[in-house]
Design a protein around this ligand. Structure first.
Ligand SMILES: O=C(CO)COP(=O)(O)O
Length: 141
């Protein structure tokens, strides 16, 4: 089953994100991809993947992705954060991560965890999310 995956990277992590998504393009191409604005553009410029782009992070993109997490629609979040740079929208970032914990959504905030989760995704370890979608009122997929 196709999963909904959010890809987000802070500026100094964008190259790492592009390299990561390029390396796992054969896995990602089976899923529905979402991203904050600039991250999504960078990924689409470098791969053949189609990415639904939300607003840029500082303009509310994290919150838009958070809204999908709140309704339990997002299956996996890969968020390469910059731990060494203050972000103007830090409250939005914290809110997104909090909602992942509220719903129990797998979320990676660094490349090592990202690798492990994408390998798990490829192996079929996300099958339990199908049950979430199946029994969620209003969900059509
Ligand atoms: O700031 C971000 C996430 O907090 C990322 O936003 P962009 O992908 O638009 O740069």
């Amino acid at each position: 089953m196709s999963m909904k995956i959010a890809l987000i990277a802070h500026d100094r992590k964008k190259e790492e994100m592009v390299n990561f998504v390029t390396a796992y393009e054969p896995v990602f191409k089976h899923h529905q991809l979402y991203a904050t604005g600039t991250t999504g553009t960078r990924i689409m410029d470098s791969t053949n993947l189609k990415v639904h782009r939300f607003m840029s992070g500082p303009l509310g993109g994290d919150q838009q992705i958070g809204a999908m997490v709140a309704t339990n629609e997002m299956d996996l979040i890969i968020f390469l954060r910059d731990p060494l740079m203050a972000q103007p929208h830090e409250p939005d970032i914290i809110a997104l991560l909090r909602l992942c914990d509220v719903q129990g959504i797998p979320v990676a905030t660094n490349i090592a965890t990202s690798e492990i989760l994408v390998k798990a995704l490829d192996r079929g370890d996300f099958a339990w999310r199908e049950l979430v979608h199946k029994y969620k009122p209003g969900e059509t997929e």
